[in-house]
Design a protein around this ligand. Structure first.
Ligand code: HAM
Length: 430
């Protein structure tokens, strides 16, 4: 029978045999976020469209071309989140978290949705680990955030990933910069794509991250924001670099980084690799001092970053980094007959309640097929229970690797004895 449907283009399944890789990476992220004092925030997968239009910005590719927007039955326009920052900011505002003390520190794992042209490392549904911090304009916070991202990348042992930083200034210095950009791009009016032409008046900086080859070629020689920074932004950027230097975090200053979202001010940064093809940015972030006000709150200078889970896993795979799979089955109990099946059900519960992985037959297969399954799942030990074992209240525990066996009683001492056997095997292996 033919499948009635397959997964949607640009989406991926994470299968049970691969999910340990995600869990390993997520665990490291959770631990690092926690050690910097961040706690998890969970927000809905969809929000009112207006939130992203205002937050991410009307003239961005994300809002103009990539959002999954639809009308609900009640006539509201809602959008699947294309990123995590806007939803987190909305929640911070809605729950007036600034009244509970500053800074507010939040981390998250989210699925995001962008209608982009799928290619290696570019999906329509992808996943981010993100960090947001609200209520500080101190450059030490920028450096601390970069340090957190860098710790995650180091703990994942990604050695081909490099940090690039830039400052894109504040509304004051950006006004001058916009003028310079506008007059530069006006000279290429006949070559720019239609979207960029419409950006020329409203937001010429967005032309810098247009994906069309012609526009990006023209953008290469455009004026650089670093030549237009006001004193405050320049000092802020110098201070961020001073802290990064003090912490021994390596970076390069790249004046072409402008990021693709409108809310950024001052510091922006990306962690980039060239080992996974064109989509090599594994982490992006920066300061967004005006976003909270833009969304209707008070002035609350803030900053954050997000890492692309799929891209990080691609880099790990490319670099051949081994991810430990700790989901090893400790005991498989094979059964013959009804009484044995009931006993196995009872024993296996004891093993599991001690935090070990244990399995028994739930399909009603014959003994040979059960043992084949035990091999397939790499069970460390197995027991075969039949009428004899039940009658004598004892069974043999087999070490599946060495073939050695040891006896256990099927009573209240079962777990105690089983643990003894494991410890004695561990001793032998030392
Ligand atoms: P972004 O640069 O759009 O920033 O996305 C962050 C990361 O998500 C990228 O560096 C990349 O690793 C991953 N990513 C983005 N688009 C895709 C895609 N189509 N397929 C696979 N991975 C993708 C943001 O989203 C900001 N909200 C980051 C931030 C948080 N800034 C401040 N706080």
């Amino acid at each position: 029978m033919a499948l009635i449907t397959k997964k949607i283009k640009g989406t991926e399944d994470v299968l049970p045999k691969e999910s340990y890789k995600w869990q390993f990476v997520e665990k490291i992220m959770r631990e690092e976020a926690r050690s910097y004092g961040f706690r998890e925030i969970r927000t809905p997968v969809f929000e009112h469209t207006e939130l992203f239009a205002r937050g991410v910005g009307q003239t961005t590719d994300v809002v103009q071309k990539e959002m999954y927007t639809f009308d609900t039955k009640g006539g509201e326009s809602v959008t699947l989140r294309p990123e995590g920052t806007s939803g987190a900011a909305r929640a911070v505002l809605e729950h007036a978290l600034e009244n509970e003390g500053l800074p507010i520190k939040a981390s998250y794992f989210v699925s995001c949705y962008r209608y982009e042209k799928p290619q290696a490392g570019r999906l329509r549904e992808f996943h981010q680990f993100g960090i947001e911090e609200y209520g500080t304009q101190d450059p030490v916070a920028d450096a601390e955030l970069i340090s957190l991202a860098s710790s995650v990348i180091n703990r994942l042992q990604l050695d081909s990933v490099h940090l690039q930083i830039n400052s894109i200034g504040c509304p004051t210095c950006r006004a001058e910069y916009h003028k310079a950009l506008k007059s530069y791009f006006e000279g290429y009016k006949d070559k720019l794509c239609d979207t960029c032409l419409s950006r020329l008046d409203k937001n010429p900086m967005r032309i810098l991250d247009c994906k069309s080859p012609i526009c990006s070629e023209i953008a290469k020689d455009a004026p650089k924001i670093t030549d237009y920074l006001c004193d405050e932004c320049r000092n802020h950027f110098d201070a961020v670099q001073k802290y990064l230097d003090a912490a021994g975090i390596e970076y390069t200053v790249d004046p072409t980084i402008v990021r693709g979202l409108d809310y950024y001010t001052k510091t922006v940064f990306e962690f980039v690799t060239d080992c996974i093809g064109a989509q090599g940015t594994v982490c992006g972030g920066g300061r967004y001092d005006g976003l909270i006000e833009e969304l209707g709150g008070k002035h609350l200078p803030s900053l954050g970053f997000a890492m692309g889970m799929e891209r990080l896993l691609m880099v790990m795979d490319k670099q051949g980094i081994e991810i430990p799979d700790n989901d090893e089955c400790m005991l498989y109990i094979a059964t013959m007959g009804d009484a044995a099946k009931v006993k196995a059900f009872e024993l296996i519960k004891q093993v599991r309640s001690c935090g070990m992985i244990a399995e028994t037959d739930v399909i009603g297969r014959g003994l040979r097929a059960q043992m084949k399954y035990a091999d397939k799942i790499d069970a460390r030990y197995s027991i075969v229970l039949g009428d004899n074992e039940i009658e004598q209240n004892t069974a043999k525990v087999k070490n599946m690797e060495t073939g050695e066996t040891a006896e256990v009683t099927l009573d209240g001492h079962f777990m105690e004895r089983f643990v003894e056997i494991q410890l004695s095997d561990e001793q032998k292996n030392k």
